[in-house]
Design a protein around this ligand. Structure first.
Ligand code: G6Q
Length: 544
């Protein structure tokens, strides 16, 4: 399919956008708003409880038309259909890409290699629900007969970031009688600090690893096993009561000593960073309960359906994906700031970093040709209002263009005095200040001395999206995550990338395997690295 699409820079819409950019790059949002009284209501779209106001972007109607034309010329429609049909669009790994099947309703049909995968998805969800009910109800007992009060997810990357983010995001809905911790880093500190105040007799470990071979996860799982068995009298039968696994690799799970009856399965057509709504979300389900988990899936599904069927001009992921292309490739923006004004979403930027940067941080096309344009931008961010007291200075007055995604909720889950009005006032004010700024005349009119005026001027014309919803619910979180998943897809299609592989993480892993024995060996070995690495290894061996 990719072969039928022209190289990006040869598409007519791309060339038209280049010419168009020259005309509009100096246009100010002040003028765009002054020229169109309806702009703030017109450049909006809404679905699944998410309202997107994209009017504070540096676009005219013509820009949007040309971007939509670019999407058409990039065969976006066909690529969306191919994903939903279960085609092997992850070409470098020869895999289908079907996170959308994880939230397909019971009774739907999505066929991979002749097999409808939807019944398998629901069988696992049912098994997870039965397990969650037993843990939450205290029916599942630990080895000594105590009920489980602590749940620790051991996983890394896609097997960690989604579960952590979802747990934090949905804490309001979680069972407060249970303690949740997440161990990912191979740094022993992560594990040691996670368990130091916990009773092994009341602690359940979920070993979450698609491959069940990941160095960090297996090392932490082994330490967890030692920690449990040491406290539980060394009886290996205890493992079955205190360890469950989420994996695609039954053989390795059994080798570790986990009863495969307590293994929750997923499949190779689920990418790690797209897996928080698969069995990888077991900790989420334990925290919020099966019903809330189903609501989360419903939210995902609503966004999937919208992405698959809504016309592009009202399609939220399409619009957001195209806007990112506009800033990355025409304005030369290097980053996107994601700024949730909700403390529960404090881990959302970290989650998005993997989703976006592992997906589109690529330098060759699907056909293996080096790209001649920039691809995935750097995503970063912190919750507001905290960021306002730190890095917003650069966004307002620095030399770089940083498109921002603001995320806000009109209702608080913790209404407390006037806090929420203050929070909302701040997010709205930031978007306004970025767009419209403050001119030298305005600054002077305030009585500012001339020498200080340049320092106090805000150029404005700094773009942002505002994603506004009523309240942070499980369904809303599902819709929000799916919005970004599909926005990333749109960007990857335009840039002709395989957004679903991650070869870039391999080399470091291989080199680390070579260095481990060099660090651990008793005798001084001959080292075959560069002089810097050799020297550093020697220093580490001396513990210097
Ligand atoms: C995600 C990546 C990566 C992966 C981790 C953990 O898309 O593939 O972050 O999730 O390396 O892998 P395992 O689940 O196999 O341990």
């Amino acid at each position: 399919m990719a072969a039928r699409v022209r190289a990006l820079t040869r598409r007519p819409a791309w060339k038209a956008l280049q010419a168009h950019y020259k005309q509009v790059r100096t246009r100010h949002l002040r003028d765009l708003f002054a020229d169109d009284a309806q702009r703030g209501e017109r450049l909006t779209a809404e679905v699944a409880g998410l309202y997107l106001d994209y009017s504070k972007n540096r676009v005219t109607d013509e820009t949007v038309e040309l971007l939509l034309q670019l999407a058409e010329e990039s065969s976006l429609r066909e690529r969306i259909d191919a994903m939903f049909r279960g085609e092997k669009i992850n070409v470098t790994e020869g895999r289908a890409v079907l996170h959308v099947a994880l939230r397909a309703p019971r009774g739907a049909s999505i066929v991979v290699d002749g097999d409808n995968v939807v019944p398998h998805v629901h069988a696992v969800l049912d098994k997870m629900a039965a397990f969650a009910t037993r843990i939450r109800g205290g029916e599942w007992k630990g080895h000594t007969g105590k009920r489980i009060r602590n749940v620790i997810n051991i996983g890394i990357g896609g097997s960690d970031l989604g579960p952590v983010m979802a747990y934090e995001a949905l804490r309001h809905y979680s069972d407060r009688a249970l303690t949740f911790r997440f161990v990912s880093n191979v740094d022993g500190t992560d594990f040691a600090e996670a368990v130091r105040d916990l009773d092994p007799a009341e602690t359940l470990f979920i070993v979450s690893s698609k491959t069940f071979t990941t160095l960090e996860t297996m090392t932490n799982a082994q330490s967890a096993r030692d920690w449990s068995l040491q406290a539980l009298g060394g009886d290996t039968a205890a493992v079955a009561k205190h360890f469950v696994a989420v994996s695609t690799n039954g053989t390795k799970v059994a080798e570790f000593g986990i009863d495969t009856a307590n293994m929750f399965e997923f499949w190779d057509w689920v990418g790690g960073r797209y897996s928080m709504d698969s069995a990888i979300g077991l900790s989420t389900m334990l925290a919020i309960g099966p019903e809330n988990f189903r609501a989360l899936l419903d939210g995902f599904q609503q966004m999937d359906e919208h992405f698959r069927s809504a016309p592009f001009k009202r399609n939220l992921p399409v619009l957001m994906g195209l806007l990112t292309v506009w800033y990355s490739n025409f304005f030369g923006a290097q980053t996107v700031a994601v700024l949730p004004y909700d403390q529960y979403l404090k881990r959302f930027p970290a989650y998005l970093q993997q989703l976006t940067m592992e997906s589109n941080g690529k330098r060759v096309t699907l056909e293996g040709k080096a790209v001649t344009y920039d691809t995935g931008p750097i995503y970063w961010g912190e919750p507001g209002t905290n960021g306002q007291h730190s890095f917003y200075q650069l966004i307002h007055q620095g030399t770089r263009l940083v498109p921002c995604d603001f995320i806000a909720f009109s209702q608080s889950l913790n209404p407390l005095a006037r806090h929420h009005a203050m929070l909302l006032a701040n997010v709205l004010a930031q978007a306004e200040a970025l767009a419209f700024g403050k001119t030298a005349d305005q600054v002077r009119a305030e009585g500012t001395p001339d020498w200080l005026v340049p320092h106090r001027v805000f150029d404005g014309n700094r773009p942002s999206n505002m994603i506004l919803a009523e309240r942070l619910t499980p369904a809303l979180l599902g819709a929000l995550v799916a919005l970004y998943e599909h926005s990333v897809f749109v960007q990857g299609v335009i840039w002709q990338l395989d957004s679903f592989d991650q070869w870039g993480v391999e080399l470091g892993k291989v080199l680390a395997q070579r260095i481990i024995p060099e660090l651990e060996s008793r005798e001084e070995r001959e080292l075959g690295h560069d002089s810097s690495t050799n020297n550093l290894i020697r220093r580490c061996r001396r513990r210097g």
